[in-house]
Design a binder for this molecule. Structure first.
Ligand SMILES: [Zn+2]
Length: 262
């Protein structure tokens, strides 16, 4: 009976947003069950719409999100943010949740990077769902939208992670260009990476970048945008570069309340 009750609550979570308003403590630590009949998540590494570049920014929300948005909008483009719940900062911080709302309202894509940036391949089924669920809940509270895409921290995923994402109706997104900004690449090295990409001129680009370092947002990104724009790429969200919807569904956002805490 408890399993059935959980199954029903899972369905509620995925099909309604009002479920999030329920402050019931039971919602804090659900016991996850296997959801039979759902396919494992698809793993995307490339865009499909020609001449698109989906620049993706991980590990926020952080203080530079609006600058990323400003730069991409100046190039008539859109960004995708794979946000954590509690990594560099807490997603419920007033300014940062405001940034997420701002990004959402202006048509940029907000997607899941899971709650605390753990390596999902080291976790159990229940733990994986917990990492996924907490940030989905936060995104839905803040925007009203249930994200349709997730990126596992470090890009690490296994069958269990694909099954869990699939059960949550999500698509896993990796990348085909790594800026190197999270593994110690200097601004010049990152520029050289994009110079080499432009030389190859692939039909599409799905980048891995991060919004949490000042120099990468203020020094690398203007160069990347100018270079790729010059090569004829259009900056679109991950969903748009695949011709899909950003969100599973969109309902009303929740007003800030006592549950908004990390
Ligand atoms: Zn990350």
């Amino acid at each position: 009976m408890a399993r059935l009750a959980y199954f029903l609550s899972f369905l509620l979570l995925t099909v309604t947003t009002t479920a999030y308003a329920d402050p019931s403590p039971a919602a804090e630590e659900p016991a996850y069950v296997e959801l039979a009949g759902r396919a494992p998540a698809q793993v995307i590494t490339k865009c499909t719409v020609p001449n698109t570049a989906a620049l993706t920014f991980d590990d926020g929300p952080y203080w530079f999100m609006r600058e990323v948005i400003r730069q991409l909008e100046a190039a008539n483009g859109k960004a995708t943010f794979f946000v954590n719940g509690n990594n560099w900062a807490c997603i419920y911080n007033t300014e940062l949740s405001g940034n997420i709302r701002y990004a959402f309202e202006r048509g940029h894509q907000v997607a899941s990077h899971t709650w605390a940036h753990k390596d999902l391949t080291t976790l159990t089924w229940d733990q994986i769902h917990d990492e996924m669920w907490r940030v989905e809940q936060a995104i839905t509270r803040i925007t009203g939208a249930v994200p349709a895409f997730m990126r596992p921290p470090y890009g690490n995923q296994n069958q269990l992670v694909r099954d869990a994402s699939g059960a949550r109706n999500q698509t896993i997104v990796l990348w085909d260009v790594d800026s190197g900004d999270s593994t110690g690449a200097s601004v010049d090295q990152q520029k050289a990476t994009y110079d080499a990409v432009v030389k190859r001129r692939p039909s599409t680009i799905l980048s891995l970048q991060h919004e949490v370092q000042w120099k990468n947002v203020y020094e690398t990104l203007p160069y990347v945008i100018s270079k790729l724009k010059g090569a004829g790429y259009k900056f679109v969200t991950v969903a748009d570069c695949l011709g899909r919807s950003k969100y599973q569904r969109v309902g009303p956002a929740e007003a800030r309340n006592a549950n908004w805490k990390c």
